[in-house]
Design a protein. Sequence first.
Length: 227
Amino acid sequence: MLRVCLVEDEQSLIELISFNLEMEGYSVQCFSDGQMAMNVLSEPFHFDLIILDVMLPHVNGFDICRAIRKHDSTPILFLSAKGTTSDRVAGLKLGANDYLAKPFDLEELLLKVQILTQGLFGSETQKFMKIGAFRVDFTSFNVQNDQGHDIHQFSKREIQLLELFHEKEGKVVSRNEILDRVWGADQYPTSRTIDNYILVFRKLFEIDAKNPQHFFSIRGVGYKFLS
């Protein structure tokens, strides 16, 4: 599930935007205070899109955007009552990907969100992944060998974990990010739970599970995947 961070201080807009995004299948975390958002977004975080108001209590959206771009390239969509050309240009120069002036059309907002996240989960190019000689189908949960025969079917959670590794290929994925993205904040599995999933992947995909070529353990941090 794609995660959206909504930073907005108008309660009516928070409710409208978050409700409609959740209806579209997104997970939404909201902040109504600029300083609270800054505290989270100035450090490494796990969002796929940030919707950012400009006029916020304590810290404005431009300053938050500037802080984010020092360490992260997650797409940013500005929402603002300040819709002049100079304001739009200022936001884009800071590294925002798009700018939508208030009042806005809800369908336009949802379309912009879709466009900004279309390269992530659920796009046409993300329905399959290759792991060595094997092919994983994210829609059927099946694994095929190099002869095109189905040899295994994963559970939904196993597929979600593989989707995350596919998205983050070549990067170290921390245990905390895995737990947050795949299990969610309301569930509390142990780190050993993740280890068991990795063992299943290695048994299926690795020629020698003790000397992996695809699923690597990074001691004290998490895991790294290479196809």
